[in-house]
Unconditional design. Structure first.
Length: 73
């Protein structure tokens, strides 16, 4: 999660219920928070698609993906 303070907060949960509780707790702690990110997730930025490769406390690493309309089948 982007805390809104220039850092990412990591969330590890054993199950969906625990994840939801942790997310709610962090959203209360950081009311100015931004988005939630997950390694492996596909994100779009300025019309380009990226896969989240790695998340560190103050940075996120993205891998540029090929466009689906240009891919050969």
């Amino acid at each position: 999660m982007d805390t809104g303070q220039g850092r990412f907060e990591q969330v590890d949960a054993a199950n969906k219920q625990q994840l939801e509780e942790l997310m709610k707790s962090l959203e209360g702690k950081y009311p100015e928070h931004g988005g939630w990110f997950r390694e492996g997730e596909i994100v779009e930025l300025k019309g380009s698609r990226f896969r989240v490769k790695r998340i560190k406390p103050t940075e996120i690493t993205l891998k540029l993906l090929k466009r689906a309309d240009n891919a050969t089948t």
